[in-house]
Design a protein around this ligand. Structure first.
Ligand SMILES: [Zn+2]
Length: 349
């Protein structure tokens, strides 16, 4: 079968190739791949900056934002042939640490977790894949191709769960959220904010085009200024850019007893003009919380499936801005200015 594979840590080694059918050790459920979303992590792996091949192998099948159709449900999975499923990405570490032991592998303490398509387990960019029944999330069939958005939605479902949990340390009725960044994570974070009944604001660089229009179509307010100039003090900031300056401004701009959730992974950038101690003092004097959030456990995947099922399909479909065939995976890995989510499509839905 065809699969998109890469030799991790070696740039330019990604290729579409024939590999053996998925081994039964991957799980008793056999799935026909429908589509796989591409994200920044896939680009980094293809650029040789990240990723680990399975033990004893040199190449890794890419892809962690899956959607597939059950071909063979195997014994006792509770699934039926034809069900649309999405595969969970992370698996608990083998020790396991206390968090993995209770199923909160997203909070793994020792870093020995594994991840499909990223760390030591083959991913989902193949014509067929197998999965353990307990790691297959069945989605509302009416979502169709939109199921490919479940993985990024699970990431923001977790971020929101933690934002609300952190806020409960004191009396707190959050009404406004500022989402910084208008990529898939930013848009899906804004979607959940609106489903929670909050007044949603999204900040990004571009002044015109599909992204500002999509923000307005959600009933949210779009800003293309700096965080300092949005004109209000957000109760929550969901930071999705990973840009140092935006992070600093977010910590300074969030309202008193507010929460800043850092969900963007950045690298380097310019040195901030304001000293860390001065930024921290603002957080101290306003009782603010700044925390990081990554990945998701099964509870978040389940909630994310509900978030997607409740969302306006016409709005969601606009988040998928490009479909590419597997043989054109190189184009799929290239970022274009108006791209939100690019999907590599393995079969018709
Ligand atoms: Zn662990």
């Amino acid at each position: 079968m065809k699969a998109i594979t890469v030799e991790p840590k070696k740039p330019g080694t990604a290729r579409l190739e024939d590999i053996p059918e998925p081994d039964v050790h991957y799980g008793s459920v056999l799935v026909e791949g429908v589509g796989v979303g591409v994200c920044g992590t896939d680009v980094e792996i293809a650029e040789g900056k990240y990723g680990w091949a399975p033990p004893g192998k040199t190449r890794l099948v890419l892809g962690h934002e899956s959607l597939g159709r059950v071909l063979d449900p195997g014994p006792a999975s509770g699934l039926k042939k034809g069900d649309l499923v999405v595969g969970i990405v992370r698996r608990p570490d083998p020790v396991p640490c206390p968090n993995c032991a209770v199923g909160e592998w997203d909070m793994c303490r020792n870093g020995r977790y594994t991840e499909r398509g990223i760390k030591e387990i083959d991913g989902y960019m193949s014509e067929r894949w197998r999965i353990e029944p307990e790691y297959a999330i069945k989605i509302d069939p009416s979502l169709g191709i939109l199921g490919v958005l479940l993985e990024p939605t699970s990431v923001v479902a977790k971020a929101w769960e933690h934002i609300l949990a952190v806020g409960r340390r004191a009396f707190w009725e959050p009404k406004t959220v500022l989402v910084t960044g208008a990529g898939p994570i930013g848009f899906l974070g804004a979607l959940i904010g609106s489903q929670l009944g909050m007044e949603v604001h999204v900040l990004a660089r571009m002044k015109t085009g599909p992204k500002p229009e999509l923000v307005r179509a959600l009933g949210a307010t779009y800003h293309s200024c700096s965080v300092a100039d949005v004109g209000f003090e957000p109760d929550v900031i969901l930071e999705c850019t990973g840009v140092g300056q935006v992070i600093t401004e977010s910590i300074l701009a969030v309202g008193a007893s507010g929460v800043v959730c850092l969900a963007g992974v950045g690298h380097g950038g310019s040195v901030p003009k304001l000293a860390t101690a001065d930024v921290a003092s603002t957080a101290v004097l306003k009782n603010n919380v700044v925390f990081g959030s990554v990945n998701a456990n099964k509870r978040h995947w389940y909630k994310a499936a509900e978030n997607l099922a409740r969302a306006d399909r016409k709005w969601l479909i606009r988040l998928i801005t490009r479909y590419e065939k597997p043989e054109n995976f190189k184009q799929a890995l290239e970022r274009k200015p108006d791209d939100i989510k690019v999907v590599i499509q393995f079969s018709e839905i």
